[in-house]
Design a protein around this ligand. Structure first.
Ligand code: IPE
Ligand code: IPE
Ligand code: MG
Length: 247
C-alpha cells in the first residue's frame, strides 16, 4: 500500500510545525558552500507544502529564520534573505492557484525592505484562500514573541482596558503571533538535533515531537507522510490514563 494511503485523513494533525534543520551539514557532505544547502532546502519546502496540501493539513508552520540566526556570518544572512525574496516571488502565483494562504510569525519588520514588501504582497494576494495555511516563521523566536505579548498585555492593564483578574491562558494565546491558529499538534525536526531552539514554546505544550536524522534538503513529502503515520500510531493522553482515552 502506498504510504499516503496508509494515512487516516480523518485523523490528521490540524497543524504541523517543522524545524527545517541541516542545510549546512548537507552542503558540507556535498563539498559545497552552506548556501548550496539552503538553495536545495527550497526543493524540500516545495515538496512538503505540496504534500501537506494534498492530504488536507490545515496549518503548516516552517521555521525558516530564527532571531538567533541574525548572528550568523553576514554573507549567509544576506544570501538567506535573497533566497527568501526570490523564492516567494517565484512561487506565489502557484501557491495562490493552489488555494494556499501565506502567513508569517516573527518580527518581519526587521527583515530587509524588499523581503518585507514581498511578504506583505504575498500575504495580501493569498489572504482569502481557504486551503492550506502556510506559516513562515521569520526572525522568530518564542521568547521574543512571549515577551512582546506580555508587554502588550501589561499596556492594556495599565490603560484599564483589561483587568489583571481576567487574564487566563486564552489571554496570552490572543496576544501571540499565532493568535488565529490552532496549536501545533505535531512538531518535526530534521537533521538529528533533539532540541526546540526557541520555537513555539508555549504553543507546543502538548505537541507530539518527531525527530529524523535526514537533513532538510533530503526531506520530501514521503518523509512527511511517514512522520504523520507515526503520529497517528501514538496515544495522546493529555494527562489522562489510557482507558479514559479509549472510552
Ligand atoms: C537550517 O539549516 C536553515 C536555517 C537555520 C536558516 P542550518 O543552516 O541550521 O544547517 P546546519 O544545522 O548548520 O547543518
Ligand atoms: C533552528 O535551527 C532555526 C531554524 C531552523 C530556522 P538552528 O540551526 O538555528 O538551531 P540551533 O542553532 O542548532 O539550535
Ligand atoms: Mg542548524
Amino acid at each position: 500500500m502506498n504510504l499516503v494511503d496508509k494515512i487516516d485523513k480523518s485523523k490528521l494533525p490540524q497543524h504541523i510545525a517543522i524545524i527545517m534543520d541541516g542545510n549546512g551539514r548537507w552542503a558540507k557532505e556535498h563539498h559545497k558552500p552552506r548556501v548550496f544547502g539552503h538553495k536545495n532546502g527550497v526543493k524540500s519546502v516545495r515538496s512538503v507544502v505540496e504534500g501537506a496540501a494534498e492530504i488536507g493539513v490545515k496549518f503548516l508552520t516552517l521555521y525558516a529564520f530564527s532571531t538567533e540566526n541574525w548572528k550568523r556570518p553576514k554573507l549567509e544572512v544576506t544570501a538567506l534573505m535573497q533566497l527568501l525574496v526570490n523564492t516567494i516571488s517565484k512561487e506565489i502565483n502557484d501557491l495562490d492557484k493552489n488555494n494556499v494562504r501565506l502567513l508569517t510569525i516573527g518580527n518581519i519588520e526587521s527583515l530587509p525592505k524588499d523581503c518585507y514588501n514581498e511578504l506583505l504582497y504575498a500575504k495580501e494576494k493569498t489572504k482569502n484562500n481557504t486551503g492550506l495555511s502556510l506559516v513562515l516563521a521569520l526572525s522568530y523566536s518564542s521568547k521574543w514573541e512571549i515577551t512582546d505579548a506580555i508587554k502588550k498585555i501589561a499596556w492594556e492593564v495599565e490603560n484599564k482596558k483589561l483587568s489583571s483578574d481576567s487574564i487566563d491562558e486564552s489571554t496570552l494565546d490572543n496576544y501571540l503571533n499565532t493568535f488565529n491558529m490552532p496549536d501545533p499538534e505535531f512538531l518535526i525536526r530534521t537533521s538529528g538535533e533533539h532540541r526546540i531552539s526557541n520555537f513555539l514554546l508555549w504553543q507546543i505544550a502538548y505537541a507530539e515531537l518527531y525527530f529524523t536524522n535526514k537533513h532538510w534538503p533530503d526531506f520530501r513529502k514521503e518523509d512527511l507522510f511517514e512522520a504523520i503515520f507515526d503520529f497517528q500510531n501514538r496515544e495522546r493522553r493529555f494527562g489522562l490514563i489510557s482507558e479514559q482515552i479509549k472510552n
